[in-house]
Design a binder for this molecule. Structure first.
Ligand SMILES: [Zn+2]
Length: 245
């Protein structure tokens, strides 16, 4: 990697941060779903609701009623039902755009297109997740102006403080999740009053490389509950951490 690239990555990570203190006695685990295959709206949401939990679903309007990675995507009605049942719906760009190195004009046009899609279907826009977790300093600052928070991918759990401009998230993928590591991550989050955001895509007995089985999702829900964590969607988790002690 060139020096310029390294400097740019350093700047993207360290400039434009919005720190949220995590100083509650209890830890929080959030469950999120990107791109939102129909199975996440159905099996995924149903499982969460069985545990009195709600999730956050990051939607690209360009994928609505479509097929992605051989997965049937959500419909607008699916999103409305999620919202009615207390889940959160967030923006994931309209076209699943890689925001790193995208021009400001292109990002603005894309975000506005997705926001118009949400408005057309009476969906409240609640936060943002960068597709592929990809961002640079320009897109981070632009997203900061538009969204109450931005979620990235990777980085594990968050202890002590979280950057609302680049919230970390841990993948929940059946093919790749190490059970011992997941148990340790949730226990650490609980004991330190931290915040773990998990993300996946489809919820299926035969998931692709970026999805989860219902069993793994349920195991994560059980672990979070057993460890005494609150399970909250992302925006409600921010409100929880912001509330006076
Ligand atoms: Zn995505």
């Amino acid at each position: 990697m060139s020096l310029a690239q390294r400097l740019s990555r350093f700047a993207a990570r360290h400039i434009g941060c919005r720190w949220l203190p995590l100083n509650k006695a209890r830890g929080v685990v959030s469950f999120s779903f990107d791109d939102v295959p129909a199975s996440a709206c159905h099996q995924g949401a149903m499982l969460l609701e069985r545990y009195q939990a709600r999730g956050t679903f990051y939607v690209c309007g360009g994928l609505t009623d479509g097929i992605e990675q051989n997965q049937v995507c959500h419909s607008a009605e699916d999103l409305q039902r999620l919202q009615e049942n207390g889940h959160e719906v967030g923006c994931h760009t309209y076209s699943h755009t890689n925001c790193a190195n995208a021009s400001n004009d292109m990002l603005t046009a894309d975000w506005e297109k997705n926001q118009a899609f949400f408005k057309q279907h009476n969906i409240a826009d609640c936060g943002f997740a960068f597709p592929f977790g990809a961002y640079d300093l320009g897109s981070k600052l632009a997203a900061n102006k538009r969204f109450s928070y931005n979620r990235i991918t990777g980085g594990g759990t968050q202890i002590g403080r979280a950057d609302l401009s680049a919230l970390r998230a841990q993948s929940l993928y059946s093919g790749r999740t190490n059970m011992d590591a997941l148990v340790a991550l949730i226990a650490h989050t609980a004991s330190q009053g931290g915040w773990l955001i998990l993300y996946s895509h489809e919820v299926s007995e035969t998931p692709g490389p970026w999805g989860t089985t219902p069993e793994l999702l349920e195991t994560a829900l059980q672990l979070a509950t057993q460890e005494g964590c609150q399970v909250l969607p992302v925006h409600r988790a921010i409100d929880f951490f912001l509330a006076p002690l």
